[in-house]
Design a protein around this ligand. Structure first.
Ligand SMILES: [Zn+2]
Length: 492
C-alpha cells in the first residue's frame, strides 16, 4: 500500500492506494501492551464500516485522521512539527507486502525516519517493519550525529556524548547492527520511551534531568525483544497477545540499562543503587506475594498498563520484579566468573526466539541457577533470595503505621489488612483534620476527619507495626561497588 500524507493542523489527510477489499486499522501498538483504540481517531473515511477498526474500501480511498497526541506511541500534526508512529495512522491489508509513505511537506522541512528512502517515498518491505519505523519532520528538526551509525533526531537538545558512551557499551554485549535513530522530544508530559528495531522514540518532561537509563533501556531493546523475541509474543494488531516473559523482555532490559549506564560512566553509582532499591521495595507489598512474574506479564493488558490505586495490592510490576531477578541472576553468575552478559550472548547466538525453558535450561545446565520458582511462584520470594548476597535493611520496619500513602492530603493507596483498611479508609478520601492537630502524627487511636464524596466523616484509626517497605540496599559488588541507596517510597 502507498499512503500520500498531507499534514494540516491537528489532522492528517491521507490518500491510500491499495486493493479493493478490507483494510484493518491497528487497535494498539506493539511494545505497549494496552488496547488504545487508535482507530477512534478516524473522523472521515471513504469506505464501508465493518467493525470498529475494519473498513471495506475501493483500491484508492481517502481518510482524515485526528492527530494531537504527544505520546510517542501515537501521532501529532501541527503546523511546524509532525510525529507519526505508523500503527496510529496507517491501516494494512496484507502484512507481507511493501508499504510506502509520501509526505506532502514544504521544502524547508526535514524528515527523519528509519524507513528506506525510495524516490520521493519512504518504504518498508512489510507492515511489521513499516509499523516499527516512526516518522518525524519539522523545519526545526536537527539530526545530531552520535557516530557513523547512530543519530538523534530532535527539535530540542541532548547530551550526545552521554549517548555515544551508552551505545558503545551496549554494542559490546550483542554486537553492532544497522543504522539507528533516537527520536527525542521534550514535552509538558513525562511519557518515557518505546522501542523499535532500528529506532526508539522518547518523550520526557522539561524538568527531567537524568536520561541515561531511559536511553540505555530503549537502546538495549533493539536486541532484547526486537531481535531476541519471546516465543509466545506473536504480533496481532487487533487483539491482545499474551506472553509470560515480559519480566525478561522488560525487567532484564531495565537491569541492563542500569549496568550499561554504570559501565558507560553516565550514571552515578548512588543513583543506580537507589534505582535498584526502588524496584526491590515494590516486592514488599501484598501484590508481590499474590502474583508471580509470569502472571504479571500475562495480565499486563489489564493490570500494569491500566494501573489503578490498588496495583500494589493486586500485582507486581514485571519491570521491578524482573530487575530484581536479573540482579539475582547476575550475582549468581558472577560467582562462577561470568556475568549476565553471557546469558544474553548464549541465548542470542543459540536462538533468536526463546521460551522460558530455553532460559532455564541455560541457567540450570551451565550455572546451576534455578529460576522456575522465582518466575512462576510468588514474586516476593525474589527479595528473600537476594538477602543472602545483598544487604537489605528495612528502615521503616516496626514503626507505627496506618498503611496509607498520601498525595497531598488525599489517600492515594490503602494497604490490604492495614489499620487504615480495617478503619474503613479508602483511596480518594481527603483528610481535613488530624485529631485537632495541624499535621498528621502517626499514633494510636487518631481521629481523622475526612471528606468522601462531599460528605464529612470521622474515622478512628489505630496503628500496627510497619511490615517494612522502605529499604536501604547495599549490593557491595558488581558495578555497584559499596554504594548504598534508599528507596523513595513513603507509606505511613
Ligand atoms: Zn521497555
Amino acid at each position: 500500500m502507498i499512503f500520500e500524507v498531507k499534514p494540516r493542523n491537528r489532522y492528517f489527510e491521507i490518500l491510500a492506494k491499495g486493493r479493493e477489499g478490507v483494510v484493518i486499522f491497528p487497535t494498539y501498538v506493539p511494545g505497549s501492551y494496552v488496547i488504545r483504540e487508535l482507530e477512534r481517531n478516524i473522523v472521515e473515511i471513504e469506505g464501508i464500516r465493518i467493525s470498529k477498526n475494519r473498513f471495506y474500501v475501493k483500491d484508492n480511498f481517502r481518510y482524515l485522521i485526528y492527530a494531537v497526541s504527544k505520546d510517542q506511541r501515537e501521532a501529532i500534526s501541527t503546523l511546524d512539527y509532525i510525529f507519526i508512529n505508523p500503527p496510529a495512522v496507517f491501516p494494512f491489508q496484507e502484512i507481507n507486502e511493501e508499504y510506502c509513505v509520501k509526505l506532502d511537506l514544504p521544502p524547508n522541512w526535514k524528515i527523519s525516519t528509519s524507513l528506506k528512502k525510495k524516490n520521493e517515498m519512504y518504504c518498508a518491505d512489510n507492515y511489521d517493519e513499516f509499523a516499527d519505523s516512526p516518522i518525524e519532520a519539522s523545519p526545526y528538526l536537527k539530526v545530531l550525529k552520535i557516530d557513523d551509525k547512530h543519530v538523534v533526531s530532535t527539535i530540542d537538545d541532548l547530551d550526545v556524548e552521554m549517548l555515544r558512551r551508552i551505545v558503545s557499551e551496549a554494542d559490546k554485549i550483542l554486537g553492532d547492527e544497522d543504522n539507528y535513530v533516537f527520536h527525542f522530544r521534550r514535552s509538558d508530559k513525562e511519557l518515557g520511551g518505546i522501542e523499535h528495531s532500528n529506532s526508539s522514540a522518547i518523550v520526557v518532561s522539561w524538568d527531567r534531568e537524568k536520561l541515561a537509563t531511559l536511553f540505555a533501556h530503549e537502546y538495549f531493546h533493539r536486541w532484547n525483544v526486537k531481535r531476541l523475541i519471546p516465543a509466545d509474543l506473536k504480533h496481532n494488531y487487533e487483539k491482545e497477545v499474551y506472553t509470560s516473559l515480559l519480566w525478561f523482555a522488560e525487567g532484564f532490559t531495565d537491569y541492563m540499562a542500569v549496568i550499561i549506564s554504570l559501565r558507560a560512566g553516565v550514571l552515578d553509582k548512588k543513583d543506580a543503587v537507589k534505582y535498584v532499591a526502588n524496584s526491590l521495595s515494590k516486592l514488599t507489598f501484598p501484590g508481590a506475594k499474590r502474583t508471580s512474574l509470569a502472571e504479571s506479564s500475562f495480565t499486563t493488558w489489564i493490570k500494569y498498563y491500566r494501573q489503578d490505586e490498588n496495583f500494589l495490592n493486586s500485582s507486581i510490576s514485571y519491570y521491578d520484579g524482573g530487575l530484581a531477578l536479573a540482579l539475582y541472576v547476575d550475582l549468581e553468575m558472577s560467582k562462577k566468573g561470568k556475568r549476565i552478559d553471557d546469558l544474553f550472548k548464549e541465548i542470542y547466538h543459540e536462538k533468536r526466539i526463546y521460551s522460558f525453558d530455553d532460559l532455564n535450561r541455560i541457567l540450570k545446565g551451565k550455572y546451576e541457577i534455578d529460576i522456575e520458582d522465582l518466575v512462576y511462584g510468588s514474586a516476593a520470594k525474589i527479595l528473600e533470595q537476594l538477602k543472602d548476597d545483598v544487604n537489605i535493611e528495612f528502615t521503616d520496619r516496626g514503626k507505627p503505621y496506618y498503611g496509607i500513602m498520601l498525595k497531598d492530603k488525599t489517600i492515594a493507596y490503602v494497604e490490604d489488612n492495614s489499620p487504615a483498611d480495617l478503619a474503613g479508609l479508602i483511596p480518594g478520601d481527603q483528610i481535613i483534620g488530624f485529631n485537632g492537630k495541624s499535621k498528621l502524627e502517626v499514633k494510636d487511636s487518631t481521629k481523622l476527619t475526612i471528606v468522601r464524596e462531599g460528605r464529612i466523616k470521622e474515622v478512628v484509626v489505630n496503628t500496627s507495626p510497619n511490615p517494612g517497605h522502605k529499604i536501604k540496599v547495599k549490593i557491595g559488588k558488581l558495578e555497584f561497588e559499596k554504594e548504598e541507596g534508599i528507596s523513595d517510597i513513603e507509606i505511613i
